[in-house]
Design a protein around this ligand. Structure first.
Ligand code: ADP
Ligand code: MG
Length: 240
């Protein structure tokens, strides 16, 4: 983060003193308690921290699934702190690609149709969409599996299909929540290699993980505890 050249272009995402609170009876849970964070295009960031530290809450905000209770969130320079659920849905489908621990593929659809799913609300010719889906599968090394069902694939292959699906809309940001949590060590390496490759190609990636080895793949690590980012200064030295 620190050694990005000062440029005229706005950061991809800026959070300023963001809070997210939940009212639980007469008790308030501060899931995020004043988070400030700047994310530039092309960064590969791991969010790490113990259970309950606010990682998922932060991912939900970054993925337009939720709104801050306080503070400011800017995306591509625009204040998106309180844009409402309709515009959030549009941002979510146009700008964000999601990768989940449990892959979340539809078992009855083949691989190609799973990758095409996020496009269903978009206009465009079927041929062009298919070509994009085939290109996405090529990027994750699964061109030969387009006609398979998820059940016919290994866990690692399923996660690669999920990554192809996340790429289909050419998102500004990939959000991955414990993407290697259900994989054996060989497939973990394969998936991390794929994230490395996407990062090399300029893709912005944020992943949540419990695993220090997985986090080490990211160029920057953000440590969370009790709804706060720990020691923001360490972000600067970690950035390359
Ligand atoms: P993590 O993903 O790091 O495990 P979360 O972001 O899920 O942490 O949760 C942070 C804190 O906010 C926890 O104390 C959790 O219990 C609380 N929390 C999260 N979601 C809700 C909710 N919908 N209602 C009430 N409390 C919540
Ligand atoms: Mg969580």
């Amino acid at each position: 983060m620190a050694n990005h050249p000062p440029s005229a272009s706005a950061p991809l995402i800026e959070l300023e003193d963001v809070t997210r609170t939940y009212a639980m009876g007469d008790h308030v849970v501060r899931a995020l308690d004043g988070v400030s964070l700047t994310i530039h295009e092309g960064e590969f960031i791991a969010i790490v921290g113990p259970s309950g530290s606010g990682k998922s809450t932060l991912m939900h905000l970054l993925g337009f699934m939720d709104e801050p209770s306080g503070g400011v969130m800017r995306f591509e320079g625009e204040d998106v702190s309180r844009i409402g659920s309709g515009r959030r849905a549009a941002y979510r489908s146009e700008k964000i690609g999601f990768v989940f621990q449990a892959f979340n593929l539809l078992p009855r659809l083949n691989v190609l149709d799973n990758v095409l799913l996020p496009l269903s609300y978009h206009r465009g010719t079927i041929d062009k969409s298919r070509r994009h889906a085939e290109q996405a599968l090529e990027r994750v090394g699964l061109s030969g599996r387009a006609g398979h069902r998820p059940g016919q694939l290994s866990g690692g292959e399923r996660q690669r299909v999920a990554i192809a699906r996340a790429l289909i809309n050419q998102p500004r940001l990939i959000l991955a929540d414990e993407p290697t949590g259900n994989l054996d060590s060989r497939n973990v390496e394969r998936i991390l290699g794929l994230f490395d490759q996407l990062h090399q190609e300029g893709q912005t990636i944020i992943l949540v993980t419990h695993d220090a080895g997985v986090a080490a793949h990211a160029r920057t690590q953000v440590h969370m505890l009790d709804g706060r980012i720990q020691d923001p200064a360490s972000l600067e030295t970690a950035a390359r």
